[in-house]
Design a protein around this ligand. Sequence first.
Ligand code: DQA
Length: 147
Amino acid sequence: MTERRLLLVNGPNLNLLGTRQPEIYGTTTLVQIEQLTSDAAAEHGFVVRAVHSNHEGALIDAIQLARKDCLGIIINPAAYSHTSVAIADALRAADLPVVEVHLSNIHRREEFRHHSFTSAVAEVVIAGAGPLGYRFAVDWLAERLAK
Ligand code: DQA
């Protein structure tokens, strides 16, 4: 592997960040989140492959690809966190360190958001730190992968 690559995955409706329920998700756009994640990764010598999709299968395809050419995964599965055994299984199969990020603190919200199938696979879960959570994820992965 020539480039030290991280996969950044953002799930459904996160393409609407900036205008989607800003009182919950803030005003930072997905493009800005992808940029800040890439910038943080570059500080540690990593490049980021950023993938967004509203479709479960496309997210699974991206995770499967990461098995071959990425060293770690940062994922905000959005609503699929609470529903998708298939995405959790893809993350398990990837056999890479996974950090799950949520902009909002899902545990302070509706009951149905309190359970995440993907959290059972992630080594680290960051919820409620807003866009900064993505930077925390990069910093943690960089240290984890240095070991
Ligand atoms: C989210 C929380 C999820 O419950 C929700 O469905 C999202 C975004 C977050 O980043 O806070 O779409 O993952």
